[in-house]
Design a protein around this ligand. Structure first.
Ligand code: SAM
Length: 322
């Protein structure tokens, strides 16, 4: 369906848990004491509720779903969620964003359940730095997850790297090298001010700067209209290198996304605080009011984010779903 600005909304970003096993510096609001679960009291969408939301949204024109979080692999019923979503023939694209820590063990089961493709976060190729950026993540496990995804045929395998000046921007060449012999789609994402750490604008490395530093990058034509990543490749390399520039070259005018958080709120924009609670309508057996609430939220999608104002949204990235 169309929103109030005439954008066709066809893509659902669905967070299935706010919990995460990592603590990336740019993502979560702050470090929690060991063993403390900030979401212990939070009601998380059930498989049946997720299935119902996807069915209603498919009727409203959604045909693409990405599962995210938090860390979606923390849900033991993830395969079940995938199977349910694949039962809706309108959904022609089903993907997952993960930190890859537990992916090597689960890639085959996810593929078998019906997952089509995967995005894996990879902010450094140095084990000690990877651990520092992610809180306690293992580079080895992330790399094993990437290889397992390629082996079971999740295609394409995309790698999400958030570049930060003075943190990991000296690794660009090594990251590019990942695309030399493997059909990987590396994506360099501009740092968005999603928590207090990520507001430092001097940490932002823009896509323009990358293109200036590497004029040998050759533009690859877009695969579909309104594609957020600008794809490039290095001559002779198998994979691609994408620039995602939400800050320096916003793509809000072609944004086709609606977001649902794991605690049942619908959001039109990652960078705006507007959200509508769906739980009262999910508690009713009839779909009429749920459909109306979703349609109203889509219609009211904000025209653009306001990241340039360096206003940190109330919900950090892990609680909205990246
Ligand atoms: N846990 C999963 C993961 O690590 O991929 C899924 C959730 S995570 C919030 C989804 C994506 O959001 C990750 O690729 C992460 O790098 C990106 N992300 C989180 N905070 C960000 C920020 N401040 N700026 C840009 N990207 C961010």
């Amino acid at each position: 369906m169309l929103d109030q600005y005439g954008r066709s909304i066809s893509y659902l970003r669905l967070s299935i848990t706010p919990r995460c096993n990592l603590n990336c510096i740019y993502c979560r609001p702050g470090h929690c004491p060991a063993g403390y679960d900030p979401f212990a009291q939070t009601r998380i969408l059930t498989v049946a509720e997720i299935d119902r939301l996807v069915r209603v949204l498919a009727e409203l024109g959604i045909n693409k779903v990405r599962l995210t979080g938090g860390e979606p692999l923390l849900r033991p019923d993830l395969e079940k969620i995938i199977r349910q979503i694949r039962r809706h023939p309108e959904i022609t694209d089903l993907s997952l964003t993960t930190n890859g820590q537990d992916l090597a063990e689960r890639a085959a089961a996810l593929k078998e359940a019906g997952l089509m493709r995967v995005n894996i976060s990879l902010d450094s190729l140095r084990a000690d730095r990877f651990e520092k950026i992610t809180g306690n993540g293992s580079l080895e496990r992330a790399l094993a997850g990437i290889d397992a995804s390629l082996a079971v045929g999740l295609h394409p395998v995309k790698l999400n790297t958030v570049l930060m000046r003075g943190v990991n921007d000296d690794e660009l060449e090594q990251l590019f090298d990942l695309t030399r012999a493997k059909p990987l789609a590396l994506r360099l994402i501009e740092l968005m001010p999603m928590n207090q750490t990520a507001t430092a604008s001097d940490q932002l490395v823009t896509g323009t700067e990358i293109l200036q530093r590497y004029p040998q990058l050759e533009r690859v034509p877009d695969s579909y209209p309104g594609q957020p990543a600008e794809d490039y490749h290095l001559p002779g390399y198998l994979g691609t290198i994408g620039l995602i520039r939400p800050i320096s070259q916003r793509f809000c005018h072609v944004c086709n996304r609606v977001r649902i958080t794991a605690d049942g709120k619908v959001k039109g924009c990652l960078g705006q605080d507007d959200e509508y609670d769906l739980l009262p309508w999910l508690d009713q057996p009839d779909d009429t009011l749920l459909t109306q609430a979703l349609a109203a939220a889509i219609r009211a999608k904000p025209p653009r984010h306001q990241f340039e104002a360096h206003q940190v949204p109330i919900r950090s990235m892990d609680r909205t779903g990246g």
